[in-house]
Design a protein around this ligand. Structure first.
Ligand code: SF4
Length: 594
């Protein structure tokens, strides 16, 4: 049974556009409704293209986008692709069948209808004052408006303290002292990356001695261990956690490594049922053992299947047996074959060494790999994908950076580091020092951030971008979350990623927003979400999920298949933000990102 809120929303939906209501009422059946709505949308569109209207230009652009989206949803072809007919659901809803219909579904159509009618509510009624003037007068007024905007950005960014701030640094000093006491260790031990690895925390018992743990965190870790789900945290990374369980500031740090209970349960279920967790389809893109290739000029090599610690939503943790596990190093023969594959493929210009985390390989082994790859003349860049700067900055020793620097030859070959920092709370002096060492050896550091519910509040990712740039890291990618049911609680709708790019990243100076917002299409590779021609919203499901058709990067280059993706419902995401204390009004325009 639906509640009052649902009923009033439904009423609102049917009242919002009298023409829509009339069509719903008069149509004989679903197909009649489909055609009548299509005609209706055509008539508005024709008016927008042919007649002078009262709507501001930007509102007209939004109207056209809403019309396009509504037409997509009406398409029987799209219904087939999505396996669902929203128009049938609307038809039934109007006739009293509410079963399975969510608030998210209603809101999607409410906002679409508002948009189609030029009532998005995004824009102010009047143009800003400076439009009335010209020259210096206009510039002064505009400058004042821009001040306001800048102050607003600062206000939001100020909500997310950086690990570089004095207050946070002091907290971490205390944490470190407590952890060292527990292990009976000293500063020298702490700064030794091998000591850090030897003392990686692999169970809840140790962790609760180091930092406050909630009952559910403890249960989830225990259950993960019982089900052999990899879990591990370096003592350094534990020191980034606050000694309280409210997750007020350290939410992204904890969420990165402490698996939620439902994640553990679903992962265990998937493992027990023998279901593949390789949702990126890497096994289908591996031309030879250890190598993954999805692009013309770059390929991945995975020589080491373990990490210093385990990230909960890692797309490769199906391969990783455990933290710092023995036998994680690939067999000599496979490594040699993989290198040979690169040697024989002149089309490949870059290799990404990833894993696992090759950053925890010994200097000798890294030097071996780098020297082998350096001898391959067509390789112009060797990237090392490693989280060590953020989870184990002690690893970035002089020897390590010298090895990398040795093979970095400007004009011939670049050696670069790709790292993965999620939140401004992870940006510390230790990270800054590690990056400085790398840069002093000519090594650029790039960041790939995964956009999750933990770093997606207003300007939260911008706070990270700013901090990264100040410590010498280039923001490179912002990955939209994807994956199976296990990680559903982390996921952010594509609309929010688009909104973040347009309304937040865009306000930062260009040097800070060098990252691209991408969606990783399984088997096919990254799809740049900013290219609106590269994806289409084709359906809205009962639960409010949007279904997208992605056009892979090969579009207009080579014939390939499109990819259908079911997103997480915007409404669920907004509910989660509300639960975390956010004002939902701050996010209202999200419905107009398609
Ligand atoms: S460090 Fe990288 S490979 Fe290892 S668990 Fe984290 S994301 Fe996965």
């Amino acid at each position: 049974m639906q509640n009052d809120h649902f009923n009033s929303k439904m009423e609102h939906l049917f009242k919002i556009d009298p023409n829509f209501h009339d069509i719903l009422r008069k149509s004989k059946d679903v197909d009649d409704l489909r055609h009548n709505l299509y005609e209706y949308l055509n008539s508005i569109e024709k008016m927008l293209y042919f007649e002078n209207t009262v709507f501001p230009k930007l509102e007209i652009i939004n109207m056209k986008e809403c019309i396009k989206t509504f037409k997509n949803v009406l398409s029987p072809k799209n219904e087939k692709l999505a396996g669902f007919s929203a128009i049938t659901a609307l038809w039934k809803l109007y006739r009293g069948e509410t079963s399975g219909i969510s608030l998210g579904f209603l809101n999607e159509f409410i906002y679409l209808l508002k948009g189609i009618n030029g009532k998005s509510g995004i824009y102010m009624e009047k143009f800003p004052e400076f439009f009335k003037f010209s020259g210096r007068n206009s510039a002064v007024l505009r400058s004042k408006d821009l001040d306001k905007l800048s102050n607003e950005v600062e206000y939001y960014i100020g909500r997310y303290p950086s690990g570089l701030s004095k207050k946070v640094s002091e907290k971490r000093k205390e944490n470190k002292k407590r952890i060292l006491n527990y292990f009976g260790a000293n500063e020298e031990n702490w700064n030794d990356w091998n000591w850090q690895l030897e003392n990686v925390v692999i169970n809840s018992k140790t962790l609760e001695n180091l930092v406050a743990l909630s009952v559910s965190e403890k249960n989830a870790i225990e259950k993960a261990r019982q089900n052999n789900i990899p879990f591990g945290i370096t003592p350094y990374y534990v020191s980034l956690m606050d000694n309280t369980t409210d997750r007020k500031y350290d939410h992204a740090v904890r969420a990165q490594v402490i698996p939620p209970l439902n994640y553990v349960e679903k992962t265990a279920e998937a493992r027990n049922s023998g279901e593949s967790l390789d949702f990126m389809g890497e096994t289908d893109t591996s031309p030879v053992d250890l190598v993954t290739r999805r692009y013309p000029m770059i390929a991945i090599m995975k020589p080491y299947e373990t990490c210093a610690q385990i990230c909960v939503y890692c797309q490769r943790n199906w391969q990783i047996k455990d933290v710092f596990s023995k036998n994680a190093l690939a067999k000599k023969e496979s490594v040699e074959n993989a290198i040979e594959w690169f040697r024989n493929n002149e089309s490949i210009k870059e290799v990404l060494l990833t894993g696992g985390d090759p950053g925890i390989l010994s200097e000798e082994y890294l030097a071996y790999l780098l020297s082998e790859f350096s001898e391959i003349k067509h390789l112009e860049r060797i990237r090392i994908g490693t989280r060590t700067p953020v989870v184990l900055p002690q690893r970035i020793t002089d020897e390590f950076t010298e090895v990398l620097g040795h093979y970095n030859e400007p004009g011939i070959r670049e050696v670069a580091v790709s790292t993965h920092i999620e939140h401004v709370y992870e940006v510390t002096k230790d990270l800054k020092d590690a990056v400085s060492k790398l840069k002093n050896n000519g090594i650029y550091v790039y960041n790939q951030q995964v956009f999750t519910v933990e770093n997606s509040r207003r300007f939260e990712t911008s706070a990270l971008r700013k901090a990264l740039k100040l410590v010498g890291i280039e923001p490179y990618y912002l990955f939209n979350t994807k994956g199976k049911e296990e990680t559903v609680n982390y996921r952010v709708p594509i609309a929010r990623a688009l909104q973040e790019r347009k309304e937040e990243a865009r306000l930062l100076p260009g040097y800070c927003r060098t990252d691209s917002t991408v969606f990783n299409v399984p088997k096919l590779g990254k799809n740049n979400l900013n290219f609106y021609q590269d994806h289409d919203l084709i359906m809205i499901l009962k639960d409010g999920s949007r279904v997208y058709e992605f056009h892979p990067w090969e579009k207009n280059i080579a014939l390939t298949k499109t990819y259908i993706y079911k997103d997480v419902p915007i409404q669920n995401y907004l509910n989660e933000l509300k639960r975390r204390g956010e004002k939902i009004e701050d996010y209202q325009s999200i419905w107009y990102y398609f």
